[in-house]
Design a protein around this ligand. Structure first.
Ligand code: NAD
Length: 340
């Protein structure tokens, strides 16, 4: 098993929601953290996510599509947590080419870079439950057919295959985590671009009704972000994770109606209402989904620890304090932009 203390860790997408929480944890574990992020608009990047520890990390405003620059970063690190992505499902349908450039071509470029310049680096790739498409059975385990319902799912699944292949053929240490809906402090709440739950938090704060698409009886599982960070750290450090694919998930499966009712109850404010699906959502909706995460529990001893009630309460408290930082666009200091 590898440890993070004094290790050099590269996080792509490190100004985003999950990447920034991972960076914070790694700094506490004694790692030397380098963040690469291009602050793509409409995504989860937000300099406020790292504001309280930014002096402890190296921040580089750079695009993972910039192969030369990425070569330089990859050469210098022991771990790569690859979280930079085009994450919007509807966005992947309106602009499939950009989704392919970031979620496929850039991923292949990163793997090539590891193969050529640093084959000992340990790589964790954040994939998504979206690769499964509409579940054929529940809970969905890792052997479920891969039948994505949108372009983003197709591209994430394609990249997963590259990570597996580079492990099998070149012996790279790669591990793929298929994340489910992740929520917590630092997520994008401006709109539903990242996850509908982000927008729900905002509407709750603004005391506006939460809209639920369809009848609201679709069931989902959710992970609190710190549980997701636990899984990423295990995936990077345990030898057993080498070459593996793991689902994340939760024991608490909940309908969207119950989720909204819980949020209203816990916050003591707001309301919710069911509305018809917008067309662009209906076409790619997957209905009920919840994952079987017994493989990662068995092999890496990962368990989600934060209950939904506790996670929602912490998240709402965070946005009550920091709401305004998540409603504006931020400017980037010039000295942080990586020149080629
Ligand atoms: N949040 C979830 O519920 C969830 C669910 C499934 C999978 N995931 C996966 O986890 C990863 C992290 O997601 P997140 O929720 O933190 O999203 P996020 O949008 O908050 O973070 C992604 C970050 O990547 C950056 N980025 C995007 N394209 C880039 C590029 N070309 N070069 C450099 N940086 C770039 C963005 O600016 C952003 O800061 C993604 O790969 C996503 O697909 C997340």
């Amino acid at each position: 098993m590898m440890h993070y203390n004094k290790s050099r860790v590269l996080i792509t997408g490190g100004m985003g929601f999950i990447g920034s929480r991972l960076a914070r944890r790694l700094v506490h574990l004694g790692a030397k953290v380098t963040i690469v992020d291009n602050l793509l608009p409409l995504h989860g990047s937000n300099p406020f996510n790292i504001q309280d520890f930014e002096s402890a990390v190296s921040i580089n405003i750079c695009d993972v599509r910039e192969q030369q620059a990425m070569n330089r970063f990859i050469k210098k690190n022991d771990f790569l947590f690859n979280l930079a992505a085009q994450t919007s499902h509807t966005g992947s349908m309106t602009d499939p080419t950009t989704d392919m450039a970031i979620n496929v071509s850039a991923q292949l470029g990163l793997l090539e870079s590891c193969r050529k310049w640093n084959p000992r680096i340990r790589v964790v790739y954040a994939s998504t439950r979206q690769v499964y498409g509409k579940p054929q059975y529940l809970p969905v385990d890792e052997n479920h057919p891969i039948q994505p319902t949108d372009i983003n799912g197709i591209h994430k699944a394609t990249s997963e295959s590259y990570y597996a292949l580079y492990h099998t053929i070149y012996g790279l240490h790669t591990c793929v985590l298929r994340l489910t809906n992740t929520y917590g402090p630092g997520m994008r709440i401006q709109d539903a671009q990242q996850c509908f739950l982000g927008l729900w938090f905002r509407l709750l704060m603004e005391q506006k009704p939460i809209p639920i698409f369809g009848d609201g009886e679709q069931r989902r599982d959710f992970n609190y972000v710190e549980d997701c960070v636990d899984a990423l750290l295990l995936a990077g450090s345990r030898d057993k994770a080498n070459g593996k694919v793991y689902n994340l998930g939760s024991r608490e499966v909940i309908s969207l109606n119950r989720l909204a009712a819980t949020m209203v109850k816990l916050s003591g404010r707001g309301s919710y209402e069911c509305i018809p699906f917008p067309d662009e959502r209906k076409q790619i909706d997957i209905g009920d989904y919840y994952g079987d995460f017994s493989r990662i529990s068995r092999e890496l001893k990962w368990q989600p620890k934060v209950t939904l009630d506790a996670g929602l309460t912490k998240t709402m408290a965070y946005y009550q304090r920091h709401f305004r930082h998540y409603l504006m666009r931020h400017s980037v200091p010039d000295d942080r932009v990586t020149e080629l």
